[in-house]
Every structure is written in structure tokens, then in C-alpha cells.
Design a protein around this ligand. Structure first.
Ligand code: G3I
Length: 335
């Protein structure tokens, strides 16, 4: 009765969950300890929250998550060291508000990575080093972020090198979303293959896994995992959730979703099928799949409740609002 996901999957891979410090008490903490053996800080280690000013670090939230993990023998994945979002404004500007040079920005990136990785060295087993550097626009390769505009492509390799210098034992990932779309997937492939061929210390690809009732298809997911596995990299699913709203590729689909926000048995059934198919493939690729992490604990609260529209309730996880396992849970552990 006390068996959790982590126990069913013991011989396959760790099963993780993204958390905030407020989740580490009460019934949520109990659920975490029963079901999961790895944690990812949902926001606490991102550059803006942890390093709000050049000479100021906020360690409290990240420390509390790492301490909880240490007390209970859980693994921790660090998330993340370099991202266009939630990056503090000061990082890119000088005291007069002028954009800094490439040299200054790379030095700041190095200082940041060195300080954060060093603080948690030996306590984190993996890091998402660079997050979401690829563009979603079909005809654009890299995202036109401040990082790219100021440094050029080089910042990506540098970030991996800085992290590896400080913690040579940490498993270093490139992490991105829409990874199952053939166009984006090939761009991610190009980036990580290029890094690997250049001898950059990259060890894995994180497939975020923000999926929905209508995608990915089995073929799409199978070929995505295989594509990266063939590169000799580890693969992890780093932010798994399956929205009950079909993926919105245009305004019409978005409107259709907004008009039907009920969580029906039909939607639950479709969600169950996508979860089952996904875990069947994760197990098939057990030799390269080195972790699966859910993005949030239960349907009580998910980032999707506020995305892409505020207050559109979603039900993307394996536990309901009372933290009880949903029907889908039984499918995921039945093999
Ligand atoms: O902490 C502040 C609070 O002080 C403030 O009053 C409040 C007002 O909006 O905002 C709070 O910060 C929010 C933060 O979550 C903590 O709750 C931010 O506004 C909000 O933007 C932030 O959202 C996070 C999002 O990343 C930021 O882009 C989500 O929680 C988090 O789940 C999400 O996670 C990302 C991964 O890191 C990368 N992949 C996609 C994934 C989902 O978007």
C-alpha cells in the first residue's frame, strides 16, 4: 500500500517532481516521499530568483529544497543555469543601463555558474545547463535572446564548460520544449550534436515533455527518443505533464479549448492513453532514459492553470486535487 512510483520504476529510472519550498510540508510532503525519489526546484534555482542583483544571492528557497532532499535521501536535478526567461535585468546592463559587452556578459555568466554550481556540488547529480536556446520560428535556428544578441552562439558551449569545471561529476543537460515537433527536434539535434562533436562537456538532452491529449503520437515520441539516444547522450524527460486541452496551434483551437473547460471521463481516457504510451516507451528506452520528472505534484496546482490563460483549470498530473491517485496512475504502474 505504501508503494510509490519510485518503487515500481526502481530498476528503470528515478521518478522526480518539480517543487517549491511550500510543497515540502503537510500532505504534499507525504506524497512526495511516498512517490518520488528526485526533486527539481521549479523556480528557486533560476537566475532571477537566486541572483537578483550582481552582489546578492538568495539561497533560502534553493537551500530548503536541497536540505529536504538530503534529509530524505532524494536526488536533485538543478534547474537551470542559463535561460532567456527569469534572467535578471542587471545581468545584461551596466550601471548606466547600457548593454554590456560580450566579455562582461560571459564573465558574469561564469561567476554565476561557478557560484551556484559550487554551492550545491555533491548534492545535485545533474544540471539543466542551458534551457530553451532554440527558436520556435520555423526559419530561425537559435532564439534571439539577450544571450545570443550579446555573445553569439558561443555562450552555450561556455555555459557547459563553466559548469563542468566546477563540478566534473554532474551530468549536464541541454533542456527544451516542443522537442517532439520534427522541425524543432532537428534544431535541437543540430545543436547538441555540434556541442558533442566539439568536445563540449554535454551529457544529456532534457525533453521537457509538456504534452497534451492529442500529442505526441507514439511514432513521434519513439523517433524523438531514438534520435537523441543514437547520439550517445542520456535522455531524460524533465518536465512531464499531459494537458487535458488539445495542443493549441492556432487561435481557433485556443477558442475551442476555452469554450470547453470541463474535465470529462472522455478527456481523462485520452490523457490516460497518452501517459500509458509514454511510459511504455520510457521503459523500452531504459538504457538511455535516466530520469522522468513531473512538472508539479498534483492537479491541485499546476503552472498550466495560468498558462496560456490565467484561471483555466487543467488536470495534467497523476494525482487529483485531493492528492489521490487518478485512474491513470494504475496504468502507469501496471506493466
Ligand atoms: O514569486 C513571484 C511573486 O513574488 C510575485 O508576486 C508573483 C506575481 O506574478 O509572481 C511570482 O513569480 C512567479 C513564479 O512563477 C513563482 O510562482 C512568476 O510570475 C511566474 O512567471 C513563474 O512562472 C514559472 C515559469 O516557469 C516562468 O517562466 C512557473 O512557476 C514554472 O513552472 C515555469 O517552469 C518552466 C520551466 O522552468 C522551463 N520549461 C517550461 C516550464 C513551464 O513554463
Amino acid at each position: 500500500a505504501n508503494k510509490g512510483l519510485k518503487d515500481y520504476y526502481r530498476s528503470f529510472f528515478p521518478v522526480g517532481v518539480a517543487v517549491a519550498p511550500r510543497n515540502l510540508a503537510g500532505d504534499e510532503a507525504q506524497l512526495i516521499l511516498r512517490e518520488f525519489n528526485s526533486l527539481t526546484p521549479e523556480n528557486a534555482m533560476k537566475m532571477g530568483p537566486i541572483h537578483p542583483q550582481e552582489d546578492k544571492y538568495n539561497w533560502a528557497d534553493a537551500d530548503s529544497i536541497v536540505n529536504f532532499a538530503q534529509r530524505h535521501g532524494l536526488k536533485v536535478r538543478g534547474h537551470n543555469l542559463c535561460w532567456h526567461s527569469q534572467a535578471p535585468r542587471w545581468m545584461f546592463t551596466d550601471k548606466e543601463g547600457k548593454t554590456v559587452s560580450k566579455e562582461v556578459l560571459l564573465q558574469r555568466l561564469k561567476d554565476h555558474i561557478t557560484t551556484v554550481v559550487n554551492r550545491y556540488k555533491g548534492k545535485l547529480y545533474a544540471w539543466d545547463v542551458v534551457n530553451e536556446a532554440i527558436s520556435d520560428a520555423p526559419d530561425e535556428y537559435l532564439r534571439n535572446s539577450e544571450w545570443l544578441k550579446i555573445c553569439g552562439e558561443e555562450y552555450i558551449a561556455k555555459a557547459f564548460q563553466y559548469a563542468h569545471e566546477v563540478d566534473p561529476d554532474a551530468v549536464l543537460f541541454y533542456n527544451d520544449y516542443n522537442e517532439i515537433s520534427p522541425v524543432k527536434r532537428e534544431k535541437i539535434y543540430k545543436l547538441v550534436k555540434g556541442l558533442k562533436d566539439a568536445g563540449v562537456p554535454i551529457h544529456g538532452v532534457g525533453l521537457q515533455g509538456h504534452w497534451a491529449v492529442n500529442e505526441p503520437s507514439q511514432g513521434q515520441l519513439d523517433s524523438t527518443i531514438k534520435r537523441f539516444a543514437d547520439l550517445g547522450l542520456k535522455v531524460q524527460v524533465t518536465e512531464l505533464d499531459i494537458s487535458v486541452y488539445p495542443k493549441e496551434h492556432n487561435a481557433r483551437q485556443r477558442q475551442a479549448n476555452d469554450n470547453d473547460t470541463s474535465f470529462t471521463p472522455q478527456k481523462e481516457q485520452k490523457q490516460l492513453e497518452v501517459y500509458k504510451m509514454s511510459f511504455d516507451l520510457f521503459r523500452k528506452y531504459r538504457n538511455v532514459m535516466s530520469g522522468v520528472t513531473f512538472w508539479n505534484i498534483s492537479d491541485r496546482s499546476s503552472w498550466l492553470d495560468d498558462f496560456p490563460v490565467r484561471n483555466r483549470k487543467d488536470y495534467p498530473l497523476l494525482f487529483d486535487r485531493n492528492l489521490k491517485p487518478k485512474k491513470v496512475y494504475g496504468e502507469v504502474v501496471n506493466f
